[in-house]
Each structure stands twice: as structure tokens, then as C-alpha cells.
Design a protein around this ligand. Structure first.
Ligand code: HEM
Length: 399
């Protein structure tokens, strides 16, 4: 078994090409898929880049998501001291059985039936935004006019939150996910989002409504703290992610006109196209991370209890041992089995909602604007690599 010196001094994030993960990750995956990595606070942990090993870590209960065990918290990759337990309800940072209790409560709100019921609302939101685009000048920033509002209005719809507070809330979630945000900025934004969700919970207590948060309030014995933190988690996890898939996915299709043609010729391919976009783009490109609870042997490496393990899902989803010709974007590929939504007990709770928004969103966009094209050179589209979620700062399009 090898222990050795760090093979990587920090997580590679610099991309040579906007739609491909950094070349350094591919080199590592070929050479040392479970590599020793130094974290900015000086401790040595691990970076996993192969599909098989990343999936194995995510499936293994000996790798913990607990906040109070984390030595390196993402996105900042530095230890937060003192290490505190997750706030009640913030179940992404809990392990079973604490995690299981919340997850089960929430799973009941994300059933196929609930998602089916939500679909007409999603269609209405999408069509309404496209109507507005049609009425204005034939050149817009698709992030601002479409991708961000679709994702945030759908989350508001799900939770039963007013659209009127969206702008403020969007600003704060962006701060929380930006690597270069200062600790002060993060604290300020966390407080603002916290106040927003607490106001929401108070309103639901006073006047219960038929939405996720309303139902959680009346059907379950949860404290205000728990409800507020659950709402915070759903807002933070569900809105930047989907917005970036909508905009980056559109950019990807526009940069691969033959694939877009294929999809137009056969609209039934939309489900496969969405799955392939999820795999190809794997926008959760920094982390997730886990902490080993025990000494674990993984492919000849001894991962010691307490070690931090960071997974590169984007490298894993381009692993040639798992996907044939993985760097080719192909809407007809059977891309199932990708790790864009993670794997194991923490696998994305909102994945069906995200898929539905993408299916409805791309299909309606290209139907309503058949001549949609980039308004600038593809190389001039501003990418956003400095956040845990990869994406676009803007997407100038015309038709
Ligand atoms: C967890 C990705 C959309 C809610 C995760 C994880 C990933 C992910 C990779 C696993 C994190 C880990 O293992 O530590 C994505 C992507 C999305 C998306 C790529 C969009 C395309 C959504 C939406 C919602 C949501 C729309 C909710 C409305 C959650 C929650 C968790 C989670 C609550 C934590 C689950 C748990 O800990 O049990 N997501 N997500 N996500 N996601 Fe998503």
C-alpha cells in the first residue's frame, strides 16, 4: 500500500477548453486516479478522478458527509474552526441515521406524482418568459432572461415563496457559491438568506399553503429552525445548479449544430439529450468531499480515518473506462450511470425536478426560437469557473 507525497498541490480548476474539465484531471485519472492532494490549510488528503473509485466512495458509508468532521470545507477548501455540527435540517451535511429521517420526509415531497403536478406550472413559467423574450429586442442575455428566472421561479413555486424577493436572493446565493467571496461576504449573505427563509416559515405557520414548505409545516413535527434550514438547502442546492444547466446546455447545443439538428429532427431524443448534457457538463465540478470514518483500503491506497477525500465528478464522467469516447458530446448516447447528481444516500434529491425543467426548457426554447444563435463568438462567452457550480456569467443570443 502506498501513502507517499502529494501528487497534486491543489485542486485543478483551470480549463484549457470551456466545455472540458482541466487536462490535469484527465492526466491524473490516467496516471493516479486516487491521488494524494494537499489542501490549502496544509493537510494532505485525496483527489479521486476515476468513475469507479468516485462511485465507490459515494456508496461507502465509511466516508462521511458530516460537517463537524470536515477538515476542508468546500468551496473554500480551508478548514473552518471551530468545526460545528450541521444546523438542524441541513441534511446534506449529515450521515445516516440523522440524514435518513430528513431525507425520507423530503422524498415524500419529490415523488413522481408531485413532479407531474408541478409540470404545468413549469411549462407556464417557461412559456411566460419566452413570451417576454419575443416581445423585446431579438438579442438578449439568456442567463438573465431565461435560465436564472426559470430555475428560481420554479424553486419559489415548489417552496411557496414570493417571486418579488428573487433578485436579492439570487445575489446572495451567488456570493455563497463563489470561491473568491470573503468570509465576511459569506456571513452577510448567509444571514440574508436565513432571514428570507425564516420570514417564509413564519408565513407558513400563520397561513399554511399547498406547497412543499406549507405541507412540511402542517404534516410533520419540525421546528422552525429545521424548516428554515431545509428551505435554505433546497434554495441553495436547486437554483444555481439548474440555471447553469439550462444556460450551459443551450450553449453546448449551439456549439454542436449537428447535435442540435439531430434533436430537432427527433424531438423524442430530448430525454437522452438531457442525460448526455448532464454527463458531458457535470457542472458540480468542485467536490463533493467526504471524511473517512475508518481506515479504508481503496485500490491499493490506504485512506486513513480522518482523511479528506475530494471527488472530481466531472473527471469521473469523462472516464474512458466507463463511457466510450467520453469527450464526444452525443445526444444519442445512453449516458445513464453518470455522476452529475452524485450517487449513494446523498444522491440529488431534486434530480427529477431538474430533469423536468431541462426537458421543458430546451424543447420550448428551440421550438419558439428556431433560429436561435450565439450573438458573439463562442470564445467570447464568459465562463464561470470560480464557483462550485460551473457555468456561464452570461449568454448573449439572438434570433
Ligand atoms: C444533492 C447536483 C438540482 C436539491 C446533490 C448532489 C449533487 C447535486 C452532485 C450530491 C452532493 C453530495 O453528494 O454531497 C445537482 C445538479 C442539479 C441539481 C447538477 C441540476 C441540474 C437540484 C434541485 C434541487 C436539488 C432542483 C431541489 C429542488 C438537492 C439536495 C441535495 C442535493 C436537497 C442533498 C441530498 C442529500 O444530502 O440527501 N445535487 N442538483 N438539487 N441536491 Fe441537487
Amino acid at each position: 500500500m502506498r501513502q507517499g507525497r502529494p501528487e497534486v498541490t491543489s485542486l485543478p480548476t483551470l480549463r484549457e477548453r470551456p466545455l472540458d474539465p482541466p487536462d490535469e484531471l484527465a492526466r491524473l485519472r490516467d496516471r493516479e486516479p486516487i491521488a494524494r492532494m494537499a489542501y490549502p490549510d496544509g493537510h494532505l488528503g485525496w483527489l479521486v478522478t476515476s468513475h469507479a473509485a468516485a462511485r465507490a466512495v459515494l456508496a461507502d458509508r465509511r466516508f462521511s458527509s458530516r460537517q463537524d468532521l470536515m477538515r476542508a470545507s468546500l468551496p473554500h477548501l480551508v478548514a473552518q474552526e471551530p468545526r460545528t455540527p450541521a444546523d438542524p435540517g441541513n441534511f446534506i451535511r449529515l450521515d445516516p441515521p440523522d440524514h435518513t429521517r430528513y431525507r425520507q420526509l423530503l422524498a415524500g415531497q419529490f415523488t413522481m406524482r408531485r413532479m407531474r403536478d408541478l409540470r404545468p406550472r413549469v411549462e407556464h413559467i417557461v412559456e411566460g418568459l419566452l413570451d417576454e423574450m419575443e416581445r423585446g429586442p431579438a438579442e438578449v442575455d439568456l442567463v438573465r432572461c431565461f435560465a436564472l428566472p426559470v430555475a428560481s421561479m420554479v424553486i419559489c413555486e415548489l417552496l411557496g415563496a414570493p417571486y418579488s424577493e428573487l433578485d436579492e436572493f439570487q445575489h446572495h446565493t451567488a456570493v455563497l457559491l463563489t470561491l473568491s467571496s470573503t468570509i465576511e461576504q459569506i456571513e452577510e449573505s448567509a444571514i440574508s438568506v436565513d432571514e428570507f427563509v425564516r420570514r417564509l416559515v413564519r408565513r407558513k405557520r400563520q397561513q399554511p399553503t399547498e406547497d412543499l414548505l406549507g405541507r412540511l409545516t402542517t404534516e410533520h413535527d419540525l421546528t422552525d429552525d429545521e424548516l428554515a434550514n431545509i428551505a435554505f438547502l433546497l434554495l441553495a442546492a436547486g437554483h444555481e445548479t439548474t440555471a447553469n444547466m439550462l444556460s450551459l446546455g443551450t450553449y453546448t447545443l449551439l456549439c454542436h449544430p449537428e447535435q442540435l439538428e439531430r434533436l430537432r429532427a427527433e424531438p423524442a431524443l430530448i430525454d437522452d439529450a438531457v442525460e448526455e448534457l448532464l454527463r458531458y457538463l457535470t457542472i458540480f465540478h468542485i467536490g463533493p468531499s467526504r471524511t473517512a470514518l475508518a481506515d479504508v483500503e481503496l485500490d491499493g491506497h490506504l485512506i486513513k480515518a480522518g482523511d479528506t477525500v475530494t471527488l472530481s465528478l466531472s473527471a469521473a464522467d469523462r472516464d474512458p473506462d466507463r463511457f466510450v469516447d467520453p469527450d464526444r458530446f452525443d445526444v444519442t448516447r445512453a449516458a445513464g450511470g453518470h455522476l452529475a447528481f452524485g450517487h449513494g444516500v446523498h444522491q440529488c434529491l431534486g434530480q427529477q425536478l431538474a430533469r423536468m425543467q431541462m426537458r421543458v426548457g430546451y424543447a420550448a426554447l428551440f421550438r419558439r426560437f428556431p433560429t436561435l444563435r450565439l450573438a458573439v463568438d463562442p470564445a467570447e462567452v464568459p465562463m464561470r469557473a470560480d464557483m462550485t457550480i460551473y457555468g456561464l456569467r452570461g449568454l448573449p443570443v439572438s434570433w
